[in-house]
Design a protein around this ligand. Structure first.
Ligand SMILES: Nc1nc(=O)c2c([nH]1)NC[C@@H]1CN(c3ccc(C(=O)N[C@@H](CCC(=O)O)C(=O)O)cc3)C=[N+]21
Ligand SMILES: [Mg+2]
Length: 283
């Protein structure tokens, strides 16, 4: 039986610690604030944004959610971002992705002040991560590192395989594993003999976006298996990129969906917001 890596439990612990830090900052006269911008009415995004609001409440972070209509223009959105960039109450800005098709993610992200970019998506923050000199880590990969630490398995010298190479998860994930001296392979849709590669992994991270893609015969016995997926199965039920029922008996440790990576992503967003607030106080 695999150890279940509970993002619910670990994120609660992280949020408890952050709550104290937010209190200390507030005693020094520094409030901490996060602005979340949601454009359009994607139903999954609404759930994630609500979870972020809830987490802010738990930690004592002031939050404001800007809900904009689907047909918001680039000009309007940039105007809001500039206001938030200049707003002293706001330490962190998060623009929920994906944006509607007519908006260019890159243009929007480029206009967030790097010191308020709590997603760590701005090119200057991405570059800092690459060279290991960063203020913020991207939330999902950072949360996954916490869950791997929770497994008790040390990354140093281990064979790590990441399936997926997105700028948001796959690429920075590989980078963080590399920072901890993992031997890292990044797989994607052009990878040959995928199962052979994934079966070599002591630590396997699945971020493909295909429901139950990772099967038991793709997993090394005893491996740490991390599931980033937020998919829907044939019955419309929330599931991950890993076939949990098949893989759990083979793995040494595994994250559930829900209650795994998702809550950790949000806890790391809270951490980045507190970091941004502290940095501003120090300035
Ligand atoms: N700018 C930006 N930053 C993000 O960090 C970002 C984003 N855009 N776009 C989408 C992805 C995805 N993401 C999740 C956050 C929380 C859960 C979460 O709370 N999941 C719950 C279940 C949610 C449910 O019930 O559907 C869980 O896993 O237990 C999931 C996914 C943040 N993302
Ligand atoms: Mg777009």
């Amino acid at each position: 039986m695999a150890k279940i890596l509970s993002g619910k439990i670990v994120s609660a612990r992280v949020k408890d610690e952050l709550k104290k830090e937010v209190e200390e900052l507030s005693q020094r006269g520094k409030q901490t604030g996060l602005a979340v911008v949601l454009v359009g009415d994607d139903s999954a995004s609404k759930v994630y944004v609500r979870n972020k609001e809830k987490a802010c409440e738990e930690v004592g972070i002031y939050s404001e959610v800007h809900r904009l209509s689907e047909n918001t223009s680039e000009e309007e959105l940039l105007k809001l971002i500039n206001e938030l960039n200049e707003n002293d109450k706001i330490d962190g800005i998060l623009v929920q992705l994906p944006l509607p098709k007519h908006l260019d993610d890159k243009v929007i992200i480029d206009n967030i002040k790097p010191e308020k970019d709590v997603d760590a998506f701005h090119p200057s923050n991405v570059g800092k991560i690459m060279i290991g000199d960063y203020d913020f880590l991207p939330c999902t990969p950072a949360g996954i590192m916490e869950l791997i630490h929770e497994s008790g398995v040390e990354v140093d010298g281990k064979t790590c395989v990441v399936i997926g190479r997105s700028n948001i998860v796959g690429k920075p994930m590989s980078m963080l594993l590399l920072h901890e001296n993992g031997t890292v392979t990044t797989c994607h849709s052009h990878t040959k003999n995928l199962a052979e590669v994934t079966k070599s992994a002591d630590i396997l991270v699945a971020a493909v976006g295909i429901p139950k893609f990772v099967k038991a015969d793709m997993v090394k016995p005893g491996a740490v298996v991390i599931d980033v997926g937020m998919d829907r199965d044939e019955n419309g039920k929330l599931c991950g990129d890993v076939d949990f029922n098949e893989v759990e008996p083979v793995a040494g440790a595994i994250t559930p969906v829900p209650g795994g990576v998702g809550p950790m992503t949000i806890a790391m967003l809270m951490r980045n917001t507190v970091t941004a607030s502290k940095k501003k106080l120090e300035k």
